[in-house]
Design a protein. Structure first.
Ligand SMILES: Cc1ncc(C[n+]2csc(CCOP(=O)(O)OP(=O)(O)O)c2C)c(N)n1
Ligand SMILES: Cc1ncc(C[n+]2csc(CCOP(=O)(O)OP(=O)(O)O)c2C)c(N)n1
Ligand SMILES: [Mg+2]
Ligand SMILES: [Mg+2]
Lengths: 331, 382, 382, 331
């Protein structure tokens, strides 16, 4: 047993704890969103919060995502630290204008920042159809002023959410709903779990091929890497980006310069997906080190379909990653 | 059309009001039977869905309209062929009135390849032009905006057709809902909007979501008339809907109908409704739209207890068959995931769908001019 | 607070109503002078802007509030220190009442590096916490949503401070405006919203944008009180604003004030307003907010023609100085374009801003392992 | 003089003519938007339309972009061909949900398509500040079901707009406001100017370097290419994408395989910009033909600033393109 006491914590509980701990430590932190108070949140992330923190700090709002984000911006201007919940991250779409035009540009235009967090469940695999399954990061990728976080592990979910709440800028925090109750880790019961924004993490080391990924795809990629190791003896490095913006180019480039091969895996559709930016940066900074084309394994270019057969086809699978990795290794 | 506001006490306990005036005069015995069958079918089909949900046959979530069936049915029944309707989350009865079959609904929830969405989307998200049905999408408030376009096409073509839609009290707070109402009013479109004041929006009471007391006042923001009805009284709903539809058809524009009703179950299957005060549930249980209509039908000689039981038995039998048939149908073939993204089939075919396979790559490997390039490079790199 | 609705005929032609009741009692001679100076300053400053616009000194567009100055000034003057205001497009007078200097406005429009937005944004888009000013952004309806957050912070901290904002009749149709109003009402925030019914929205008459007749009815959608004022009567506006502010400060929530007014010029400088019926302009010209206030001030002995002329001369002189000073100031240094995107200065510094330069690349060229790779490749490519 | 009669036509007039001609030829085509009728449009594109086509086909709407796009979807479902104007393309943001979730997914989900056009002025350089200058293509790049068009020439503006109106899918049509009155060409007065979607155009041929670009940057790139030709004797090929989605990968890859060098130029900020997708596709299909890293010349990663000094710094300039081109040519 380690000297630090730990407790098995799910990804969801890690998020709840991050919110609780920040709210306990700093009374300027508060939450607003739909059904987060009386009901405790659609995924029960904020269960018990209303009782503990009261209605001033756990605010049930009307169904109005633009107004939720707007209020968060105004409160941030006044020195509060708002955490806005989108019931599903798909419902960030009606707040698009408010995020892109008000929150993201605020500091640049006026000198007054908008340090707020917008968090919500993203991602497919839970049989939730086209409107409760999206990965929305690329909608916001070309918007300077925003930060974006997409944790895969419980530890990172907790540590990055705390860092996001403390961050001076608007942070979009994507929680993968498929991981909420499936990912469990031993987390320290005491002391601060805090993970700075902008640092990728090597989930699995290797020298033969680099996989850059994030969110739920970290685990599929790691499984694929394990298989390639066991069956082919090649060592695939899996990098979990954790933060999408600012992007940890340094870690990516260092790895690619070492392995000479890069595979990018993400759950969003291919065209216009986040892999493009990563490819561009690696081309710029590690082109000469590349021994093979950069490849992408992503969802197909469609909405997220509902039927299990279709959704399984839609999502990138371990098999897809293995075969792309093998192709690259053999190149 | 006159703006009326009839509020009934929660515990009024009485049956359907026996008025036979206005549009109700046009309802004959057969209509009464149809209304009853639709009410019962709505409830029974949802119960069936709940059963197969518990058996793990429903792929996603399941939302019920228990206690609100009368609003959906009364409205759906008031529409004519050629009219269009866009349901919201709890308006199954209106779709059934429009001609949607239980099979269709079962297929949607169980994601069958035969479903109206071909397994690509769920619940009531189907658009069926032949039946005049516009499917909503999940983001609330949006379908009214789209329905405006349907109504606009009626107006442009000088067709006396009408559009009808539903909106939750919660959904009425969304920006899109407002924009949709505002545009319908500004363009004087032939639209009827039912505002379902069912006291809840997921786990939040309407009183916390809005400071509005008289929901008909919402119409003030748009300059259109509003009428409030007992949403659990199918005849009253039908009457108001028929009047509003006639008004829209005559070119006099939008009407808002506020339905005073109550959501008798949690938001969805996963919601045990623990936050709801017992008294509220009990009071509204006494005002069940189906039970009170049964009493009315028997009391006024439209039906007997026996004839009503026969309707229920017939529905149950039909649902047995439908459920068996649908559950025997397969999920869509996986490759269907790629179809009909675009209107040009060539385009769908050309999209690099592939992940692992990537056939093009193999060609690349053989075609690649590495040898030459290696040389160029080396000489340059020096 | 009582809901009143006073509509005056366009051509009423009379001066300011000489009531001295309610909140107006608190206004003394000095206040009257201040109100007049603010009204005049607003108009004169805008005229100055128009002059330098025609000289090519204004970088982007220019929007005037001619004919609407009384609403902005009356409202701005009613606020206290510590309150916040979010202007809309035609509320310069309120900003001046809040303490914004003509210099600030001139700098904004001429994109000076010294401007409140450091040249990065234009018009009234500045946020100045010290003066309680929240800058709007161009997408209409958004600023109310953000102001809600400011008001929320007051509520949370139990501070008796109030937020105030303006909204055009056109902007009231946006989804964000609705969401903002709905949330302010639902959360019972200390907010006052002035709905400027100025008959136009860019080149479209309000009657085409909305079927609303009594704009105060808009409040029905939110369950809050509304009051209608003659927006060209600065005292009436002040009175209504002061009452609504007092109500909000007391914790009783939002009030909507409908200002009946008129946009006397085109939407912006480039709009010659050709679509506006002459009669309308003529009728409203007779109801000029400044002229009628002058008559009132003289008639009731607050000012003389001479003293008013002195105010105007003082304003003109001040504007001469301000214009000269500001025009002598430089644009921001080009490299400032990169600053303050993020709250972490290291992050701003680390962003690969470069286009042509790309310093890193040179390093790459020397560091690149081409030689080795070329070989590997050749052997593999064979 | 050619056998076809021509007339000098601005980019703006070309757009107006495309709309007029389609509306005259097909009575199902109609327009809706803010101030397009009585006023004739903020940029006067639709001046005289109300008189010619009447209020059923030139519809002044309330200020409500979501409702405008929504109505366009519904009308498209009923067989009409709606052209929705965004007064400035920046104001597409409030319609984001409606476009991404309703329009784009409609055919996939229900089998019923939404053939509509959303058009509006985009782009910087007109001193219009952060909210009237944006390039929004990347916000929509990761949304399957959409098409996106960004013409540079008057001919293409006209031909592509006509094709967009006839297209069965939702098309976002980005008109660069800086080009409205600056670009003039001789266009045929008779006969159909029709440019199919999905085909890039070689604006300037060359064998030494490929520049892929679109919109106003086509002209800056061509100017840069001319300078490089005149001063260095190298021939830079400039490809004008015209359509961003579907992307004409074939033309890009063919060119890159020939020149071995690729520079992508766009006006939107760098991070998460459209260059990423192009880079990824070229890496996948022409990696072995590349003799140098793929490079990007883009705006800097900030909102579009207002002051002339700042906006000029923000925008990619001819000088930036020249120096990147030289670097690549010398590599
Ligand atoms: C824009 C948006 N935000 C959030 C949701 C999640 N959501 C689905 S239904 C619902 C509650 C709806 O309440 P109401 O409109 O009153 O309808 P009811 O459930 O009472 O029929 C919520 C919050 C959504 N679908 N769309
Ligand atoms: C979301 C959005 N759509 C369009 C515009 C362009 N626009 C700027 S002002 C304006 C008219 C505003 O009318 P109104 O709200 O009545 O204000 P007024 O000009 O009369 O003061 C329009 C359409 C905008 N700024 N924001
Ligand atoms: Mg409800
Ligand atoms: Mg107006």
């Amino acid at each position: 047993m380690a000297s630090v006491e730990t407790r098995e914590t799910t990804y969801l509980t890690a998020i709840r704890e991050a919110l609780q701990e920040e709210m306990r430590a700093d009374e300027t932190v508060f939450m607003l969103g739909e059904d987060i108070g009386v009901y405790g949140g659609a995924f029960k992330v904020t269960e018990g919060f209303l009782e503990e923190f009261g209605p001033d700090r756990v605010i049930d709002t009307p169904i109005s995502e633009a107004a939720i984000v707007g209020a968060a911006i105004g409160a941030a201007h006044m020195g509060l630290k708002p955490v806005a919940e989108m019931q599903f991250i798909d419902f960030i779409a009606p707040a698009f204008d408010m995020i892109v035009n008000f929150a993201a540009k605020s500091r640049y235009r006026t000198g007054i920042g908008a340090g707020l967090v917008i968090r919500g469940p993203c991602g497919a695999g839970a049989r939730s159809g086209p409107f409760h399954s999206q990965s929305v990061e690329s909608y916001f990728a070309n918007v300077p002023g925003l930060k974006m976080v997409a944790p895969a592990r419980a530890y990172d979910a907790k540590g990055l959410l705390r860092a996001s709440i403390r961050d001076p800028d608007p942070v979009l925090f994507f929680e993968h709903k498929f991981l909420y109750r499936r990912i469990k880790e031993e987390l320290p019961t005491e002391g601060e779990v805090l993970v700075p924004l902008g640092e990728a993490r090597t989930h699995r080391p290797g020298n033969d091929l680099t996989i850059v990924t994030y969110g739920a795809m970290v685990f599929k990629s790691a499984d694929a890497a394990d298989r390639v190791a066991a069956e082919d003896g090649s060592e695939v490095e899996v990098i979990d980006l954790r933060t999408l913006r600012p992007l940890d180019t340094k870690t990516i480039v260092e790895s690619v310069r070492r392995t000479g091969r890069l595979l990018i895996v993400h759950e969003a559709p291919r065209f216009g997906g986040f892999a493009g930016e990563i490819t561009a940066q690696v081309c710029e900074e590690a082109f000469e080190w590349l021994d093979a084309p950069i490849r992408r394994v992503t969802a197909i270019d469609t909405p997220v379909p509902y039927a299990p057969t279709l959704e399984d086809y839609y999502l990138p699978g371990e098999e897809d990653i293995v075969s792309a990795a093998r192709w690259l290794l053999a190149y | 059309m006159q703006v009326t506001r009839e509020r009934r006490s929660l515990a009024r306990g009485s049956g359907i009001s026996p008025y036979q005036d206005g549009h109700l005069k046009t309802l004959d015995r057969r209509d009464m039977r149809s209304l009853y069958r639709l009410l019962w079918l709505t409830r029974a089909l949802e119960e069936r869905l709940e059963i197969i949900f518990k058996q793990g046959q429903v792929v996603g979530g399941l939302y019920r309209s228990l206690g609100q069936e009368a609003t959906a049915v009364g409205c759906g029944y008031a529409l004519s062929a050629g009219d269009w309707i866009a349901p919201s989350i709890r308006d199954l009865g209106a779709l059934l009135a429009r001609g949607i079959e239980p099979h269709d609904i079962l297929r949607q929830y169980t994601a069958r390849g035969t479903s109206l969405c071909a397994g690509k989307d769920n619940t009531n998200h189907f658009t069926v032009p032949e039946l005049g049905i516009l499917g909503p999408i999940s983001p609330l408030g949006t379908q009214l905006c789209v329905l405006n376009g349907v109504a606009l096409s009626f107006r442009t073509r000088r067709e006396p057709r009408v559009c009808f839609t539903f909106q939750g009290d919660g959904a009425s707070r969304t920006g899109t809902s407002h924009e949709g109402l505002a545009m319908a009013a500004a363009l004087n479109l032939p639209i009827v909007v039912v505002l379902q004041h069912n006291r809840w929006s997921f786990g939040t009471p309407s009183t916390a979501e809005a400071a509005v007391e008289n929901w008909a006042d919402v119409a003030g923001a748009y300059g259109v008339p509003a009428v409030t009805v007992d949403g659990n009284d199918v005849l009253q709903v039908y009457d108001a809907a028929a009047q509003a539809i006639a008004r829209a058809r005559a070119g006099d524009g939008m009407t808002i109908i506020v339905s005073e009703t109550y959501r008798m179950l949690g938001h969805a299957q996963h919601d045990a409704q623990r936050y709801v005060p017992d008294e509220e549930l009990i009071a509204w249980r006494d005002h069940d739209p189906i039970r009170s209509f049964e009493t009315y039908l028997v009391e006024f000689g439209f039906e007997s207890e026996t004839s009503l039981a026969e309707v229920r038995a017939e529905v149950a039998a039909a649902l047995d068959v439908a459920t068996d048939e649908v559950l025997a149908e397969p999920y869509p073939a996986p490759g269907e995931a790629r179809s009909r993204v675009y209107g040009n089939a060539e385009l769908d075919a050309a999209i690099p769908w592939t992940r692992g396979e990537v056939p093009g790559y193999e060609g690349l490997v053989t075609a690649r001019p590495s040898a030459t390039r290696g040389t160029t490079r080396q000489s340059q790199g020096a």
